[in-house]
Design a protein around this ligand. Structure first.
Ligand SMILES: [Zn+2]
Length: 273
């Protein structure tokens, strides 16, 4: 699942490559991922020019001339590809946009779980899930705002962080990384967290995402469809030594999601809270 670090670097790349480029031809190859509130995307998008690129949490917003917007919610398996138009179209390609200069922007999605919205200006906030997003993890917001937003949630902290309503842009992998950095047990209930633990989570959220975005930025280049995750410290590293204490990293699978953490650095198994 792309999360804030990858989405941030993709947005930066598109920001330097997309604005000013006109769509010569647009084609929907897998209609199930497209939600168009502006008539037929194929016809309507052709001839429009990209004007802006923004990211909000895990959503990507592309502005086109004539008050049209593409809003992408990649969910688990969606992504973008920016390549020469002559590049073979992969089976997972859902939307293909041929641009000036012999390049394509393609939305790909292995399992077609993500969503590609094509909407008018007044409809952006109607895109499901977008308006409810909390401040982006790389935005500046205070600890007080963070704890205030947390108040409505009572579940386990990892689940709360990944919902995007308290802070947006954090998914399953980076929630593990943040909680490891903060030394907080991922299944601890929000209400049981001490002020000190909350401060650590608040601080680690930004630090981990900033640092990861820097690493992704250095290595992604133009291959915005590449997922670079080999620098993660605990996520998906069950059985490997903990980089902090040397103990074995624990990996649990619940609700089809992996949670990796260190029992020694993030204690909490015996706490019934
Ligand atoms: Zn450890």
């Amino acid at each position: 699942m792309p999360e804030a670090p990858e989405m941030q670097v993709v947005a930066e790349f598109l920001n330097s490559n997309l604005p000013g480029k006109t769509v010569l031809d647009a084609a929907v190859l897998k209609p199930s991922v497209v939600r168009s509130l502006s008539g037929s995307l194929d016809e309507d998008m052709t001839g429009r020019t990209f004007e802006s690129v923004r990211r909000r949490g895990k959503f990507l917003l592309l502005g086109l001339s004539g008050e049209r917007h593409v809003v992408i919610n990649p969910k688990l398996t969606g992504g973008l590809q920016h390549c020469p138009s002559k590049t073979r179209v992969q089976k997972r390609t859902c939307v293909r946009m041929k641009l000036e200069g012999g390049v394509d922007l393609r939305y790909t999605d292995d399992r077609q779980m993500g969503q590609f919205y094509y909407v008018g200006s007044g409809q952006v906030e109607d895109v499901p899930g977008l308006a409810e997003q909390g401040p982006d993890v790389l935005d500046v917001f205070s600890f007080e705002e963070f704890t205030e937003r947390l108040k409505g949630f009572h579940g386990e902290i990892k689940g709360v962080l990944t919902r995007g309503r308290v802070i947006s842009g954090i998914g399953n992998a980076y929630a593990d990384e943040i909680l490891f950095d903060a030394m907080v047990y991922p299944f601890k209930r929000r209400k049981a967290l001490s002020e000190d633990e909350l401060r650590r989570i608040y601080r680690s959220s930004r630090l981990v995402i900033e640092d990861s975005a820097r690493q992704v930025r250095e290595r992604m280049d133009e291959r915005i469809d590449h997922k670079i995750r080999d620098f993660l410290r605990v996520h998906n590293r069950g059985g490997e030594p903990c980089p902090r204490c040397g103990g074995k990293i624990t990996e649990l699978r619940a609700n089809q999601r992996i949670t990796s953490y260190c029992r020694r650095c993030q204690p909490g198994m015996l706490l019934k809270n």
